[in-house]
Design a protein around this ligand. Sequence first.
Ligand code: LLP
Length: 415
Amino acid sequence: MHHFTYRGGELYAEDLPIRELVSSYGTPLYVYSQATFERHFTAFDSAFASIPHLTCYSVKACSNTHILRLLGKLGAGMDIVSGGELYRALRAGIAPSKIVYSGVGKTRTEIHQALEAGILMFNVESRGELERINEVAHQTGHTANVSLRINPDVDPQTHPYISTGLKENKFGLDLEQSYEAYMRALEMPAIVPMGIDCHIGSQLTSLSPFIEAVERVLAFRERLCKAGLCINYLDLGGGLGIPYDQEEPPHPEEFGSVLTKMLAGLDITLILEPGRVIAGNAGILVTKVQYTKKTASKEFVIVDAAMNDLIRPSLYQSHHNVAEVTPMGRPEHTVDIVGPICESGDFLARNRIMPAVEQRELLAIFSAGAYGFTMSSQYNSRPRAAEVLVSGQHANLIRRRETYEDLIGPEESLP
Ligand code: LLP
């Protein structure tokens, strides 16, 4: 459910016509709906209302500080994976005690920054990392709360690039290694083993992999408890999918009710790290048609957004619905919607059946709120797009369009 709807023959973001936003801010333009963010966060968070829990929004999905601030006001904590994300979360006023830090490659500097900030806990992904956190914490007079990220070897049935809970993936530790690492953690002066973490993948459209993972994690928790280590925090990561096309992922309420039942009666605080389910359908990318072009075998719609703005179709062959901002009712054609970048991999949709469009018309690419702007780049020296957050009839520019100066700024004044 989102707040991008057609009224009087044109697309609106909440109560503002997209056409007006484009005349103020240009294209390509990321447009977010505040009411959609609020609705998604509240629906997700309230699904766990009956158990102790903390919803830590996964910053990587859409990391604009204005969005983080908005979610923080609704009670969200944050799941971060870098010093940069820590910086964003703190700048957005998120309490450090609501921040969890995941990721396989934390540097000494990043660990130190997180310890100084006083985050809730580190999700540790290797023995080496555990040793390093202990060392840095010890040297700097801190203690570090940690969860070990266990890799439960469950198939999340999603795109291979975003599967993380299989034994061939780089993430986490298998159960045996985890057990040994917990025992080692008990001997470390600056480590408090406080939780168990597990994130099996992203864009999951069924609950069964989650259930399987939780069963394994709970059995493992029992084993630790028998060895004298009783763990009270369980971090289940993110991963709940969204409808991009025909998918029918479980509703957060269903997700919540299944997990709530599984954890009933256990002394556990649940941490969740949703990203896509909060942000995905809260944002669209608006682009302007530059040219249409027919070759012997194909019809192309060349737009002013490209793989540098939204890489998901190129990288994962993912589907995003594309529609006219002002539908003209022309007959349908099969087209490739492509950008100006010099690669055949630069497409936003392929073999898409949609009404014919003409130069200067606007298209909306839906479900672009998660992993859209955050994965964008300046490839082909294209300044990154602007981001605007709409609430009712108000539009708030939350990131200005980059300029050519932004492209070369970091290269200037160097010998
Ligand atoms: N927690 C951890 C440790 C993660 O690695 C991720 C996502 C999340 C939470 C949030 O997962 P979500 O709820 O959004 O599924 N760029 C890809 C998605 C990569 C996901 C990476 N990790 C895409 O565009 O589909």
